[in-house]
Design a protein around this ligand. Structure first.
Ligand code: CP
Ligand code: NVA
Length: 310
């Protein structure tokens, strides 16, 4: 049976840990020929810098090929039904990474494709980002047990995947978000189950200070995600106090690393210039996308371990 990676919940907790261990190895040993004659296709309904470049490079540095299809090129579900796109691509390529608006589009792609499908961000989750973030936390904190991640802001795709990956690995996760903007209930319940199994904390609060107090990681993401531009004015008003800044760091979490998936909206969720802070690790996060996505490609293609000492 082919495997897909649409959600962190598609992996067992052990697989999440194994992918991160494999990424550490792949960061040290960068070039291989394991994916010779294999092709990754990237289907993107939304713009991207990091995801596109890191996925293309990941395939190429493992000896494979990558083809990028931009939002205007295929018109998923518009020019052609999703089922047909999935079946056609499956005759050409070995693996698909898709950035879509609706999570349902990714589910539909995975249903019809006979090759693995990776969620390269949709409105529900951003699982590759979460793996890169957990690798970054491990590099800076040395372990997961007892580490507290405070996520300040919208309970969006990035928050959901990070919450799942954190609790899968036994790290504490707190989110400060206004009423009605916490992580989606179904995923939250999965996170509670992981937290229970792995003896860690999962907490939602409206209070930024309560979430940040004593945290090891201060994490934020945009208030207005791609596709939500129409809600911009309303969300900027609701979220105006949900910002990571010098005062929050200094008073509540002085030893925390500062994280953001990028792109950032300076002056909104993160104070102007704050990503240049000495405690910011945002460019490590961006780099680590490359290494974890290599592990994901190899895992889904059944090649993890082949010629690798992982
Ligand atoms: N963090 C992230 O996914 O960035 P892009 O939107 O540039 O791919
Ligand atoms: N939550 C953001 C993440 C961008 C990487 C979005 O979906 O636009």
């Amino acid at each position: 049976m082919k495997k897909d990676f649409l959600s962190i919940t598609d992996l067992s907790n052990e697989e999440v840990a194994h992918l991160i261990e494999s990424a550490i190895y792949l960061k040290k040993h960068r070039y291989f020929n394991i994916l010779e004659n294999k092709t990754l296709v990237l289907i993107f309904e939304k713009p991207s810098l990091r995801t596109r470049v890191s996925f293309e490079l990941a395939a190429k540095e493992l000896g494979g090929n990558a083809i990028y299809l931009s939002p205007s090129e295929i018109g998923l579900g518009k020019r052609e039904p999703i089922a047909d796109v999935a079946r056609v691509l499956s005759r050409y390529v070995d693996i698909i990474a898709a950035r879509t608006f609706s999570h349902q589009t990714n589910i539909e792609l995975a249903k019809w494709a006979s090759v693995p499908v990776i969620n390269a961000l949709d409105d529900d989750e951003h699982p590759c980002q979460a793996l890169a973030d957990m690798l970054t936390i491990l590099e800076h904190k040395g372990h997961f047990k007892g580490v507290t991640i405070a996520y300040i802001g919208d309970g969006n795709n990035v928050a959901a995947s990070l919450m799942l990956a954190a609790t899968a690995l036994g790290a504490n996760f707190r989110i400060a978000a206004p009423n009605g903007y916490n992580i989606r209930q179904e995923l939250w319940e999965k996170g509670l189950e992981y937290a229970d199994n792995n003896n860690c904390e999962l907490v939602w609060t409206k209070d930024v200070k309560e979430a940040a107090r004593g945290a090891d990681v201060l994490y934020t993401d945009v208030w207005v995600s791609m596709g939500q531009e129409g809600e911009s004015e309303n969300k900027r008003r609701i979220f105006k106090d949900y910002q990571i800044n010098e005062k929050l760091l200094r008073i509540y979490a002085p030893n925390a690393i500062i994280m953001h998936p990028l792109p950032a909206h300076y002056g909104d969720e993160i104070a102007k210039g704050f990503l240049n802070h000495t405690q910011s690790v945002v460019f490590d996060q961006a780099e680590n996308r490359l290494h974890v996505q290599k592990a994901v490609l190899l895992h889904l293609l059944g090649a993890l371990g082949m010629g690798l000492n992982t």
